[in-house]
Structures are given as structure tokens and as C-alpha cells.
Design a protein around this ligand. Structure first.
Ligand code: PFF
Length: 450
């Protein structure tokens, strides 16, 4: 079926969109609390190493797959496999990625809903002079109320699908062109605020003083998993965005900018958050409640707290929104490129399916809290662990192997357009280092090595 495909207007819009996909709840909600529970600086160091050694080369791989195929991940990998005379069943890798995206969105949207709820709380001034016990109770009350969670999950899904339904140029491109610069602007305000009223020195010490003794296998494992999640790798979002990229754009250079923006943003937000947390003598290791429970206490006891809290949660919401869009785009592209169903109808139908699955996530925080799926994990925890520790790394591993060992070298080189040294470097990391790192993590995960 021939189908008109859109392209990004220029390299800049591709960069904004892919950075928009990468920068999300992973950077602002997950990374700071993971740093907190994994001992601070040691985790930061391993995380940066994972981004450099595994993340950047794999992002290049994913973009090159997309741009060469010029199709959605499912048909794209099939076409590349046929071109490389490999089994067309490689297309299942694309299918797995699309499914992974929808699974992630089902819980991503519920957490995105928490963020929207917190924007309204901040505007109402609910954090003013709040004490630790009250803040914990607020957050727990939210989690205990399925209807409130459902309402905000629904709003978040509508926002996401509203953008996707409008298409690549009038939807994705426009949203990212506005939201990502706005996000960096708010980050600057937040940083300025944290520098003037927070304890930056303590935050800096916590995040960057090198203490190798704290590097544990679990920290390495979660850092690698998080590098995938943070750069949106292994599920086809970056691949489908790459498929809308014009041929003359350098993949290596754009990838480095995107990875830098993503990592810097995560670390700067972390610094801003911990500076406020330490200035108020709060604990850094609160886990998933860090920005929802601990941070409001800090905001509530500082000058201009409500305004800054509103801006902060808006920043989180923008980041979550632009990532959520990229979680459905691969499947929407697949439907539109294979059937006569319009983009609008596919977006609504997929939105509905993900929304329904999201309801089970909503309930896993309250009525179904004790429903365990595997290894004593509830529905939310199962979806989170299954996607970020298994499906994304597995997707990334298979993409690396496909590009490295099945595709023709000339075809890869043609897309990457690197000099000899650059290409060698990419090949070593893509063909050897990344696969070995991912396999080592899997062996550890399944208890095969200790
Ligand atoms: N990278 C996003 C974040 O850090 O929040 C999450 C994500 C988006 C993961 C898109 C995977 C993906 F394909």
C-alpha cells in the first residue's frame, strides 16, 4: 500500500521531538529518586557511563534503522530484513516494541495524571506551610482515590491522543516546538530558585562526590535499565521518529545533542530538587514519593513556594506529555500505513485500549493493591519492571544484533555516514560492548551470575 509519509521540517524539529520523547518522567520523577535510593554519586557515575557507552550508539542504531526503512517499526524491520536476506520474522521485533510502548503508556499516563493533579494543588496553595505528615497523607489520599486517579489519567490520555491524532507536522512537531523550549525555560527558573534558597553544595556533594564503594551490582543493573528508559530506546519510538528524518542529517551529531540534553536535564533537575530537599533537612531516599511527597514540603516552607511548585509540576507535565506522544506513534504509524483507517480513528481506538489497561494500574494503587501478578509485584510494578528491565533492553539488544550482524555493512555505513574511525567506534560498541552489557545484566537478573 503506498502512503504519503510526512517528514520533519528540519533537523531541529527532529531533535526537539526526539529530545521530547527522551526527556520525561524518567528524568524528573524516576532518575532523582533512583539516585536517592541507590546511594547518590555512585549511581550517577554508572548512569552516565551507560548513556555514553550503550545509550548513544544504540540511539544511533535505532535512528538508522528507521531512516533506512522509511516505515513504521513492524514493516520497517521486515523490509530491512528482506533487503538483508534475513528472516522476515525480524518484524516481530517491531511488533514487540509497539506493544511495549502501549504497556508503558498505560502506567505512564496514570503517573502523568498525578502530575496534573499536583499542578492544581500547587495553584490552590495546598502546600503552604505543609508538614511532613500532612504531605504524606495528601499523597496517600490521592493514591487511595480511584476516581480522582481515573479522572486525571483520562485527562492525560486525551491530551496525548489529541496531539497524536493531528499528525506528525501539525501535532507532534508543533507540540514539541512549544513544550520543549518552555520546559528548558522553566528549568532555568527552577535552578535559579534552588541556587538562591536551596543548599546547592549539599546537593552537589550528594550527586557528584565520587564514592566507588557504593557501586553495587543492583545499582549497575538499574542504571543500565534506566539509560534505556531515559533515552526511549528499544521499543521503536526513536526508530519511527528516525523514519521521518531527512537523508542529509547527520545521525551521530544529532544523537549526541539529544543524549546530552536528556542527561543534563535529568542531572540539573536532580540538583535543583536535592538542593531544596537538603535545605529543609528532608531525606533524599523517599523513593517514588520524592517529588510528590518530599518536595511539596520544601516548596511549602519557602518563599514563592506555590508559584515555583506550579512551574515545577508544569515542567514535569510537559516532559511527560511529549514522551507519551512518542509511546503511541509507532503503533499509530503501523495502523495508518497498513489499513484505510485514518490517523484520528486509530489514535482514538488505541487511546481507548490503553486507557482501559490504565484503569487496572489505577486500581493497583488502591482496591487491587494486593493483587499480585508475578514475584509478589502488583499490576503497576509488574508493568514497570517488565517493560524497563526486560522488554526495552531486549528490544535494544535485538536491534543492535540486527544492525550489526544481519544488515549489510555498506547499508549501515551509508546511513551513518561516518569516517572510518567513527564507524569503527560505533561498530565496536554496537556489536560487542552493548550486547555483552545487556546480556550480563540479564544473566544477573535471572540469578545466573551473582
Ligand atoms: N524516555 C521517557 C522518560 O524518560 O520518561 C520514557 C519513554 C518514552 C520510554 C518513550 C520509552 C519510550 F519509547
Amino acid at each position: 500500500m503506498t502512503h504519503h509519509r510526512s517528514t520533519w521540517r528540519n533537523r531541529w524539529t527532529f531533535m526537539l521531538a526526539t529530545a521530547g520523547s527522551a526527556i520525561g518522567l524518567g528524568n524528573i520523577w524516576k532518575l532523582p529518586y533512583m539516585i536517592g535510593v541507590n546511594g547518590g554519586s555512585a549511581f550517577v557515575l554508572v548512569f552516565i557511563a551507560c548513556i555514553l557507552i550503550v545509550g548513544i550508539p544504540l540511539m544511533m542504531t535505532e535512528i538508522l534503522l528507521g531512516r533506512r526503512a522509511q516505515k513504521n517499526p513492524f514493516n520497517g524491520i521486515e523490509a530491512l530484513a528482506i533487503e538483508a536476506k534475513a528472516s522476515p520474522y525480524w518484524k516481530l521485533l517491531g511488533g514487540m516494541g509497539m506493544l511495549t510502548g502501549l504497556l508503558i503508556l498505560s502506567f505512564y499516563s496514570v503517573i502523568g495524571g498525578w502530575v496534573l493533579y499536583f499542578i492544581t494543588e500547587a495553584i490552590k496553595g495546598s502546600f503552604v506551610d505543609i508538614k511532613a505528615a500532612e504531605s504524606t497523607a495528601n499523597f496517600n489520599d490521592l493514591l487511595a482515590s480511584p476516581l480522582t486517579l481515573l479522572f486525571w489519567h483520562t485527562v492525560f490520555m486525551c491530551l496525548t491522543m489529541g496531539v497524536v491524532a493531528r499528525g506528525v507536522n501539525s501535532g507532534l512537531e508543533k507540540a514539541n516546538n512549544i513544550l520543549i523550549p518552555a520546559l528548558f525555560f522553566i528549568l532555568l527558573i527552577l535552578l535559579g530558585y534552588s541556587m538562591s534558597v536551596g543548599d546547592m553544595q549539599a546537593a552537589y556533594h550528594f550527586m557528584f562526590s565520587l564514592d566507588f564503594s557504593k557501586i553495587t551490582p543492583v545499582a549497575v543493573l538499574s542504571a543500565l535499565g534506566h539509560a534505556f528508559f531515559s533515552l526511549s530506546l528499544g521499543m521503536g519510538s526513536v526508530m519511527v521518529y528516525g523514519s521521518y528524518l531527512q537523508r542529509h542529517v547527520s545521525i551521530a551529531r544529532t544523537t549526541i545533542y539529544i543524549a546530552l540534553a536528556d542527561t543534563m536535564l535529568g542531572l540539573l533537575v536532580g540538583l535543583a530538587i536535592y538542593a531544596l530537599v537538603f535545605a529543609n533537612n528532608l531525606a533524599p531516599n523517599a523513593g517514588p514519593g520524592l517529588i510528590f511527597q518530599t518536595l511539596p514540603i520544601a516548596f511549602g516552607n519557602m518563599p514563592w513556594g506555590s508559584l515555583i511548585a506550579t512551574l515545577f509540576f508544569m515542567l514535569v507535565a510537559f516532559a511527560a506529555w511529549t514522551s507519551a506522544i512518542s509511546l503511541v506513534e509507532p503503533t499509530v504509524a503501523w495502523i495508518v500505513e497498513n489499513t484505510k483507517i485514518s490517523r484520528k480513528v486509530s489514535a482514538v481506538a488505541l487511546g481507548l485500549a490503553v486507557w482501559l489497561l490504565g484503569i487496572t494500574v489505577v486500581l493497583s494503587f488502591n482496591d487491587w493493591q494486593h493483587v499480585k501478578i508475578v514475584f509478589g509485584l502488583n499490576i503497576f510494578e509488574t508493568l514497570d519492571k517488565l517493560t524497563s528491565t526486560i522488554l526495552l533492553p531486549l528490544g535494544g539488544l535485538l536491534m543492535a544484533l540486527f544492525a550489526g550482524y544481519f544488515m549489510k555493512r555498506d547499508h549501515v555505513q551509508d546511513e551513518l555516514n561516518l569516517d572510518n574511525r567513527g564507524f569503527k567506534l560505533w561498530r565496536i560498541t554496537n556489536n560487542y560492548i552493548s550486547p555483552i552489557a545487556i546480556i550480563a545484566v540479564f544473566l544477573y537478573l535471572f540469578g545466573l551470575v551473582k
